[in-house]
Design a protein around this ligand. Structure first.
Ligand code: NAI
Length: 483
C-alpha cells in the first residue's frame, strides 16, 4: 500500500525520519512516496505550498502523512496546512487526548484518567479567511456555518463515538449568542442525535465547557465543535495530557485523509535532533489503524507506552533529574521495546486487515443539496454604511430614501441598537447598519432592493448588504442587541 509522505519544515524531517524508522523496524507494509510541500516549495514560487506532482500523488494515494510546515510570514500566502485540509475536504479533525503513564500532569498525579476525543469541523467558520476592511476602522470576517458541512462532521463524530464504544457525545457551541451560526450547528447535532439513541447526547456552551474540561476532564468522552472553538479547546486538551508533544491529529475526509502532529515546526530546536517525535508517532498510529494495520499499531503503541513508563524521555517532558535522550535514541528505545506490554493502557493486538483508500473523482458535489425551501421570502435588507455622524442624523438621511415599499426599523452600531432607541453611553464606530423592512410585511424583490440601494448610495457609502429572509414564520437573521 502506498501513502504520500511530506517531511515538512523545521523539526519535521527529524521526527518524520524517527517515526518511519520505527514503522520499518516493525515491518509495516507501507510504501512511502515522498512529496514536496512546505516553506521551500513556497520559496520556489508555488503559491499554494505544494508542487503539482505532490498534489497528484496525494490524490492518487488518498493518504498524506505530514510533518509540520511553516507558512512564510508577510508574503500574502495562505498556510499550506489549511490549504491541504480545505482542498481535499478533510472535514473532520479528530484529536485524541489520553493520559499517558509516565507523562506526569496534575491529573495523573490526582489519579484522574483522561480519555477524550475532540472532533473539530475543519473547513468552515472564520477559517474561510473571507475578510474585508469595510471602513478604515472596521474589519469584517465572514463566518460560514453550513447545514451540509455541519452534518458531515457531526455524523462522523457520532459514528466514531459508536465505534469507540463511547457513552456520551457533547456538542460545544455558543448558540446563546450566535443564534444563526452556532444555532444551526446545534440544531443539526440534535437532528443527527435521533439516529443514535444508544449514545447520550448533550450540549455545553463553550465557556462552560472550557471550565469543566479543566476541572473534571474525565466526565467527557467525545466532543464535537465548530472550527475556531474546536481549535482552541483542543489545544487546551493537549495541555491536560502533557502538552503539544503528545497531541496527534487526523484530518478525515471521505476520499483523502491527512495525519499530522498538532505542534508546529519548532524553529527554536530545529536541526538539533532533540525534538519529541511522540505526537507524530501517535498520528502515524492513527493512520495505521485507519488503514487497517491494527497489529502494527498496537505493537508500536504498547512499546511507546512501555518506554514512557520506564521514564525514558526527550528534553521537553518528564523527570528532569533523569538524562534526556535525543530524537534518534528515543526512537531506538521504542524499537528496542517491541513486544513489551505497558502496565497501564496496554492495547489489544488485533490482526491487520489492510484497506485500500478508494480513488474517486467527484463528478457531482453531494453537498449541493438543500433543505426544501418552504414559503421563502425577502422581507427587508441590512445596509452597512459608512458615516461619522450621530445616529439621529444617519436616521434622518435614511428615512428620506425609504420610498413606499420600505420602512427604516432600526439602526445599530457594532450590533447594538442606537436608533430609534439607544443609550448615549454606547460608543460608536464609523459604520452603521440601517435595517429596512418591507411595509405591511409583504415580500420584496431583489430589484426593489437595488432601487433602495441606489437611493441610499446618494447619501452614504454603502459598504455591504445582507438580505433579510423569512423561511415560513422563522426569521433567518438575528435582531440587533436592544431591538
Ligand atoms: P511550535 O509548535 O512550533 O512551537 C511551540 C513550542 O513548543 C516551541 O518552544 C517548540 O520548541 C516546542 N515544541 C513544539 N513541538 C515540539 C516537539 N515535537 N518536541 C519538543 N518541543 C516542541 O509553534 P510555533 O512556534 O507557534 O510555530 C512555529 C511554526 O510552525 C510557524 O511557522 C507555524 O506556522 C508552524 N505551524 C505549523 C503547523 C502544522 O504544520 N500543522 C501547526 C502549528 C504551527
Amino acid at each position: 500500500m502506498k501513502i504520500a509522505v511530506a517531511k515538512g519544515d523545521g523539526i519535521g524531517p527529524e521526527i518524520m525520519d524517527a517515526v518511519l524508522r520505527i514503522f520499518d523496524a516493525n515491518e509495516v507494509g507501507l510504501q512511502y512516496q515522498f512529496v514536496e510541500m512546505g516553506k521551500w516549495v513556497f520559496d520556489k514560487g508555488y503559491s499554494n505550498g505544494m508542487t503539482p506532482d505532490a498534489q497528484r500523488t496525494i490524490e492518487e494515494t488518498g493518504i498524506l502523512f505530514k510533518g509540520p510546515m511553516e507558512t512564510p510570514k508577510g508574503k500574502g500566502v495562505k498556510s499550506v496546512n489549511v490549504t491541504a485540509r480545505k482542498t481535499w475536504n478533510t472535514y473532520a479533525n479528530k484529536r485524541v487526548f489520553q493520559t499517558l503513564h509516565g507523562v506526569e500532569t496534575v491529573f495523573s498525579r490526582g489519579g484522574i484518567n483522561i480519555d477524550l476525543t475532540i472532533v473539530r469541523e475543519n473547513i468552515e467558520d472564520t477559517y474561510g479567511g473571507i475578510e474585508h476592511m469595510l471602513t478604515h476602522d472596521v474589519a469584517l470576517s465572514r463566518r460560514f456555518i453550513t447545514r451540509p458541512g455541519s452534518a458531515q462532521v457531526i455524523r462522523y463524530a457520532f459514528e466514531m463515538a459508536r465505534q469507540k464504544g463511547a457513552r456520551r457525545i457533547t456538542c460545544g457551541h455558543k448558540a446563546n449568542i450566535m443564534k444563526q451560526t452556532d444555532g444551526l450547528f446545534l440544531e443539526v447535532f440534535y437532528e443527527i442525535a435521533k439516529e443514535y439513541p444508544d449514545l447520550k447526547s448533550d450540549d455545553k456552551i463553550v465557556d462552560d465547557l472550557a471550565m469543566q474540561l479543566v476541572i473534571r476532564p474525565d466526565q467527557f468522552d467525545v466532543v464535537v465543535m465548530t472550527n475556531l472553538q474546536g481549535d482552541i479547546i483542543s489545544d487546551l486538551c493537549a495541555g491536560l495530557v502533557g502538552g503539544l508533544g503528545f497531541a496527534p491529529s487526523a484530518n478525515i475526509g471521505d476520499h483523502i485523509s491527512i495525519f499530522e502532529a498538532v505542534h508546529g515546526t519548532a524553529p527554536d530546536i530545529a536541526g538539533k535532533n532533540i525534538a519529541n517525535p511522540t505526537a507524530l508517532l501517535l498520528s502515524g498510529l492513527a493512520m495505521l489503524r485507519h488503514l487497517g494495520f491494527t497489529h502494527n499499531a498496537a505493537t508500536i503503541e504498547n512499546a511507546l507506552l512501555y518506554t514512557l513508563e520506564q521514564g525514558i524521555r526527550t528534553g521537553d517532558f518528564g523527570d528532569r533529574s533523569k538524562p534526556a535522550l535525543n530524537t534518534t535514541e528515543f526512537a531506538d528505545a521504542i524499537i528496542g521495546n517491541f513486544g513489551k506490554t505497558p502496565e497501564v493502557g496496554a492495547k489489544p493486538i488485533i490482526d491487520n486487515t489492510p484497506t485500500t483508500a478508494a480513488v474517486c473523482h467527484l463528478d457531482k458535489n453531494p453537498m449541493l443539496v438543500s433543505k426544501e425551501a418552504e414559503d421563502e421570502k425577502i422581507v427587508g435588507v441590512d445596509f452597512f454604511i459608512e458615516s461619522t455622524e450621530q445616529p439621529n442624523k444617519v436616521a434622518e438621511k435614511a428615512l428620506a430614501v425609504t420610498g413606499d415599499l420600505f420602512k427604516l426599523v432600526t439602526i445599530s452600531n457594532r450590533g447594538t441598537q442606537v436608533w430609534p432607541k439607544g443609550s448615549i453611553y454606547t460608543n460608536l464606530v464609523n459604520q452603521f447598519n440601517c435595517r429596512f423592512e418591507s411595509t405591511g410585511d409583504i415580500a420584496v424583490s431583489q430589484t426593489d432592493i437595488i432601487e433602495l440601494y441606489r437611493r441610499l448610495a446618494e447619501q452614504f457609502k454603502v459598504c455591504s448588504l445582507e438580505l433579510l429572509n423569512m423561511w415560513g414564520d422563522k426569521r433567518a437573521y438575528s435582531l440587533a442587541q436592544g431591538q
